[in-house]
Structures are given as C-alpha cells and as structure tokens.
Write a protein of this length. Structure first.
Length: 154
C-alpha cells in the first residue's frame, strides 16, 4: 500500500521534515504497509492505518539524514516534550530506529553520517542506549569495511 503524507495546515511545523512512514510504524508498533496516510497538522501528526487512527507529537519523531540537520529550536521542542513526559532522554524507540538505520546503511560514508547525527543528540541518550548504539555502529562498520555480515539483536 502506498502511504500518502499530506500537509493539512498552512503553517508548517519545522519538525515535519523528520516525519517518515518508517518512524511512524516503529513508534506505533505496526507494519509500515498498514499505514494509509499521514496528515501533518500544525502541532500534531495524524496517522491513519488499518483499524486505527492516532495523533502523534512532532517531538516524538527522531531526526533523519537527507533533510536539514536538527537546530537549536528542534532541541528545545524535544526537551519540552521530554520534560512533559518526565523523562530527560529520547523515547526508547529512537534506539531501535537508529539501529535499523545502521543496518540499512550500504556504505561506510552513509553509516558515518548516521553516527554523526547520533553524536549531535547524544546528550539526550541514556548511557545504556548510547553504549548499545556505539556497539551496533562498530559492528556495522566492521561489516561494511570487511564485507562480513554480523547479525545482532537490540
């Protein structure tokens, strides 16, 4: 199924550049193929999937490559959300998201870019998550460098 991402508001939320079907599917713990459409409102995202509709905060979405890097305003929005949730770190699924992105990297350069992106948000990662991501990064770097696949579970 092809997912449609529609801008519903005249005002564009700066964090909307990070919205992807893959991130939404992982956040909502559903198969990406079940997502029918993603509607981008000014302050919230509406995800419509088979048998469900959910509102999601823009601050729940992890930054990605291929768009403008996170800005100070983005960090402030994320911190505000984490304060509201009474946590001082990123949602747990961000670790799974980045682990998946490490595994999908086809070249050392791409993996390095993901690593650099993680470095910009490491202040918000728990020590346990940061250590897990570093380990996965090293495994994937080894795999890409020597063309040896290493299977890992997070």
């Amino acid at each position: 199924m092809i997912t449609i991402i529609k801008q519903e508001s005249n005002e564009i939320n700066p964090l909307s550049r990070f919205v992807t079907v893959e991130a939404m599917a992982l956040l909502l713990n559903i198969d990406a193929a079940k997502i029918k459409e993603i509607r981008l409102w000014r302050y919230m995202i509406l995800v419509v999937a088979d048998g469900m509709s959910r509102f999601v905060s823009y601050a729940e979405i992890p930054p990605i490559l291929g768009v403008a890097p996170p800005t100070v305003k983005d960090f402030l929005a994320w911190r505000k959300r984490w304060r509201k949730l009474k946590t001082n770190h990123v949602p747990d699924y961000w670790c799974q998201f980045y682990a998946k992105k490490f595994g999908q990297s086809n070249a050392l350069e791409e993996l390095k870019l993901w690593g650099q992106l993680i470095a910009t948000i490491k202040f918000a990662l728990s020590q346990k998550v940061l250590q897990a991501l570093r380990s996965l990064y090293a495994e994937e770097r080894y795999c890409l460098r020597f063309h040896v696949c290493v299977t890992h579970r997070l």
